[in-house]
Design a protein around this ligand. Structure first.
Ligand SMILES: [Ca+2]
Ligand SMILES: [Ca+2]
Length: 104
């Protein structure tokens, strides 16, 4: 089961920055989101407050390994940026999941 799913009531109208999994408003040039994403998925780390923000490649799935690789590819290997909303806060496809809070 996807560890990002929970019974928390989410705000479907929240805005977010795609790729900003840890909610610090920084994506490019930082490993913070990659580490946060992988810790949450595989090491019992803090659950993301905005699962759609962790969908870095915008495919509608929270697949931690592929989303983490996408972030590394973009941030350090000149790969393509995440789909909107990126790099600014905005509304975006949430795959049916909203956000508790985003800081946007
Ligand atoms: Ca971040
Ligand atoms: Ca994804």
């Amino acid at each position: 089961m996807n560890r990002f799913l929970s019974c928390t009531k989410y705000n479907q109208d929240a805005t977010f920055i795609r790729g900003d999994c840890n909610g610090d408003q920084v994506v490019a040039g930082s490993l913070g989101d990659v580490v946060f994403l992988l810790e949450a998925a595989f090491n019992g780390g803090e659950k993301p407050s905005c699962a759609p923000a962790c969908d870095a490649d915008g495919d509608g799935l929270n697949a931690p390994v592929t989303d983490a690789i996408y972030l590394i590819w973009h941030s350090f290997l000149a790969g393509p940026p995440p789909p909107p909303p990126y790099p600014e806060c905005g509304a975006g496809a949430t795959g049916g999941f909203g956000c508790e809070e985003t800081g946007c």
